[in-house]
Design a protein around this ligand. Structure first.
Ligand SMILES: Cc1cc2nc3c(=O)[nH]c(=O)nc-3n(C[C@H](O)[C@H](O)[C@H](O)COP(=O)(O)O)c2cc1C
Length: 167
């Protein structure tokens, strides 16, 4: 496993495809204590003069606490590979499962961040803001059907500090 740093603008894949279709792992924490989970909601773009990633995490996720406690997180993309591992990390909780052992993924510990050796693209992100979604902001009435009154996501907006691709 080797990664090389690239400019985020060199990423040619559609962000919608990367996140919504191929899915990704959001990981927060370092070697001593970290957790990872699958996401398929989020985006990449620009705000406040920064290249950013934004992700939507329900407070009941074990990863949520790690995102709250840590200044940084990573988003690991695997192309259309590792589907089984991503399905596992998106259906089991780190509260009662060793997802790394069960998925067979290899964590890479890099300073205060963790990502995965099998990734084809990794975004190292620094949290800038967090917003809790509330139903009074919903304009489209169908959105509430995702919630049934509870578990509204928190949107984390984070600066993309580094983009890495497998070399
Ligand atoms: C394809 C897929 C996409 C998911 N996307 C999200 C998401 O964007 N936000 C979220 O809060 N949960 C999402 N989940 C659910 C979490 O990944 C899942 O609840 C996971 O088990 C949480 O693990 P944790 O408790 O160890 O944090 C998704 C699950 C799957 C399978």
């Amino acid at each position: 496993m080797t990664f090389k740093k690239i400019n985020i603008r060199e990423v040619k894949e559609s962000a919608v495809r990367l996140i919504a279709d191929d899915w990704a792992l959001v990981t927060a924490g370092a070697k001593e204590r970290f957790n990872t989970m699958t996401i398929s909601w989020g985006g990449l773009g620009e705000i406040w003069g920064k290249d950013v990633a934004f992700i939507f995490i329900r407070p009941q996720r074990y990863t949520f606490g790690f995102l709250e406690e840590n200044d940084r997180f990573t988003i690991s993309f695997f192309g259309d590979g590792q589907r089984k591992a991503l399905a596992l990390c998106g259906s089991k909780s780190g509260r009662d499962t060793d997802k790394v052992a069960e998925s067979g993924l290899t964590p890479v510990f890099d300073g205060d961040t963790t990502y995965f050796a099998e990734a084809t693209l990794v975004l190292k992100c620094r949290k800038m803001a967090g917003y809790d979604l509330t139903p009074d902001g919903f304009i489209d009435d169908t959105i509430e059907s995702n919630y049934n009154g509870a578990g509204y996501h928190r949107m984390f907006v984070a600066e993309i500090e580094e983009a890495l691709v497998s070399a």
